[in-house]
Design a protein around this ligand. Structure first.
Ligand code: DON
Length: 304
């Protein structure tokens, strides 16, 4: 079977499953999404793509944006970045405070909330206007000049993000946040509010399947070794306390978000984005996980 036939078969098989997931409601605005949405889009490194279902409907990419913020901070700071954030799986929930005290305010990795907040602090320190320059960076790498933040989602999270406020203040007390916590958190909430559809998301991640180069003009987003390391972090830390299970069942570097999106990639080959809002108990898309497991288990589109 070619990849289009496999995608279609797995899409229809997965659509037929009972969705046992639950929509995230801790950000009230996210609860307004239609739970039956289900879309998939695959992009190869020549830019050719194929998608189905609700692949052209925009959704809140949430934590998936943490890969873009890490990319920009890594590009600015180079290896110095690892003095501020570690590279180990946390084995805890994405918004956990648990390990920060014993690790002196150094988050376990850049994808859990604490790590992503430290990355936002780095960007606030190094950019004149982090909100504006981060958006310009993602617009450029995704070839989406009209990409924007969702003020509705960001405001909804700002009004209810008590755990993130706690995390940022706690890290500040331990010396690993250099700026005003309110400024850092405002940027963090904006960053998480970016909206894309599956087609756009799978295209935006192609630089990580292409050794750090944009597929459109081969310009460098990050170096090849940096791209290797971000892929390694996605494989080991992209799904929080379900990262081991994702590697075990799907076997690709990837990143999830509480909006129900997952993006995964096969280096030098393709990227794939899937979206279904109801989440499993670990905060990852229930159907998205099932889809990717079937897709890589019954095809040659797998690393292992
Ligand atoms: O900080 C939060 O809680 C959200 N803005 C992002 C969390 C998220 O997407 C976790 N991913 N599965």
């Amino acid at each position: 079977m070619n990849y289009k036939d496999i995608l279609e078969k797995v899409f229809h098989d997965t659509k037929g499953l009972t969705n046992k997931g639950k929509i995230a409601t801790y950000i009230p605005e996210l609860a307004n999404v239609n739970p039956t949405m289900f879309g998939v889009h695959m992009t190869n490194l020549t830019g050719e793509g194929y998608g189905m279902g609700n692949n052209l409907v925009k959704f809140s990419i949430q934590s998936i944006a943490k890969v873009f913020s890490l990319t920009l901070a890594y590009r600015i700071l180079g290896e110095e970045i690892w003095k501020r954030v570690d590279v180990e799986p946390s084995g805890t929930k994405f918004d956990s405070l648990l390990l920060l005290e014993i690790n002196n305010g150094i988050p376990r990795n850049p994808f859990i909330n604490s790590g992503a907040i430290v990355i936002c602090d780095i960007l606030v320190s190094h950019l004149g206007n982090a909100r504006k320059e981060f958006l310009a960076f993602v617009r450029d790498l995704s070839n989406l000049p009209n990409l924007s933040y969702s003020d509705k989602i960001a405001d909804s999270e700002k009004a209810n993000g008590y755990r993130n406020v706690a995390l940022c203040n706690f890290i500040k007390s331990l010396g690993n946040i250099k700026n005003d916590p309110t400024e850092v958190l405002d940027f963090y909430f904006d960053m998480c509010s970016l909206e894309m559809n599956c087609e756009q998301l799978s295209y935006a991640f192609t630089y990580l399947a292409n050794g750090g180069l944009k597929i459109s003009d081969s310009s460098e987003v990050i170096t090849k070794p940096q791209s290797k390391r971000i892929n390694a972090l996605m494989l080991t830390c992209g799904f929080y306390d379900e990262s081991g299970e994702f590697a075990f069942k799907v076997g690709l570097p990837g990143k999830s978000g509480v909006g129900g999106g997952i993006v995964a990639l096969y280096p030098h080959s393709y990227t794939i984005a899937v979206w279904s809002p109801p989440l499993n108990p670990n905060g990852n898309s229930f159907l998205g996980m099932k889809f990717l497991e079937e897709f890589t288990t019954h095809s040659d589109f797998t690393i292992f």
